[in-house]
Design a protein around this ligand. Sequence first.
Ligand SMILES: Nc1ncnc2c1ncn2[C@@H]1O[C@H](COP(=O)(O)OP(=O)(O)O)[C@@H](O)[C@H]1O
Ligand SMILES: [Mg+2]
Length: 359
Amino acid sequence: MSSKPTVALLCGGQSPEHEISLLSAWSVYQAIDRQNYDLLVVGIDKQGIWYNFGDSPDFLQERENPEKVHLSNHGRACFFCRNHQVVRLWELDSGEEFAIDLAFPMLHGANGEDGTIQGLFQMLGLKYVGCDQTSSANCMDKEISKILFRAHNIRVAKGICLHKKQLSDCDVPSLIAELGLPLFVKPARAGSSIGVSKVKSPEGLLPAMRLAFQVDDKILLEEAIVGREIECAVLDDRDSLVCPAPGEVIPHDEFYSYKAKYIDKAGATLKVPAELSQSQVDEVCTIAKDAFHALGCRGMARVDFFLSENGDWILNEVNTIPGFTNISLYPQLMLKAGLSYPQLIDKLLQKALASSNAL
Ligand SMILES: Nc1ncnc2c1ncn2[C@@H]1O[C@H](COP(=O)(O)OP(=O)(O)O)[C@@H](O)[C@H]1O
Ligand SMILES: [Mg+2]
């Protein structure tokens, strides 16, 4: 029997960010130190079926050709179960069970980053990396997080939230009078810029709203902020928060679109760190840490800001499971601050092991 804790690394998932999760999971998979941890990789397919790959997740090799990935070909269908005081990964066909000590959800978007799976971990009494169920759900919901930020005196863009049933009788001229043009339309609970549009004319508003409603029943219309996009990495290390100097995203598109993020390799430039004065760095890191507390985050979060033309910090969103390939912004910012990728992973696992979610 191994005395090392066994980590279940969960990846894939049902959200449109399935493939991005596989890219991040590959980096995490390689970085987990097998001298200190045993590892089981669980791939969740787009239908929501879970497959155990043990420590040989060959499907991650094909992560850049997702059409070739059929998890059912190599993995063994599985699910978590609680057996007395032990949480196990239970293989449905063979009936084999593997005790696990903690979960590392490297999942983005719905059912991964929105509190759903965190709720399952909590019910099982399984320790896990990252934010808990409530903070994950609050960070995922751009309407709720805006309300919480305002309550903590953190500045956000002016926005109006609408539900799908309001679409038929919404008053386009008054929405535009309120927010101005251009404005942004986005699903309230999504990520990777899926369903996000920049609207430049009154005729563009309804099509942009319909697009966002394809992704979520609740959408947000927001005034456009002219300025720079600055992103902070916050790590909950033991009892204090670490926030190194932030990075900057410079999209070469109209905004930081899905294409600029993942398709067009020249779609955006990432600057690590951003060119800012020391006092600007201090200011934004203080707000990032306040935001982390305001939303009750744990473990890690990437806190994204706009730096407006007149020098104001406007918080855009908090991502509780940010992109995590070894060239993603969050790990790069930590690396600049002296924390290697494997060290970062180890800190996240140690934080989760020290948490109190146990039977
Ligand atoms: N109010 C805004 N003003 C200016 N740009 C915006 C605004 N809202 C969103 N954007 C642009 O759209 C991108 C995606 O929006 P964001 O709210 O971050 O959604 P997601 O959760 O999908 O990343 C941002 O990175 C930014 O480039
Ligand atoms: Mg974003």
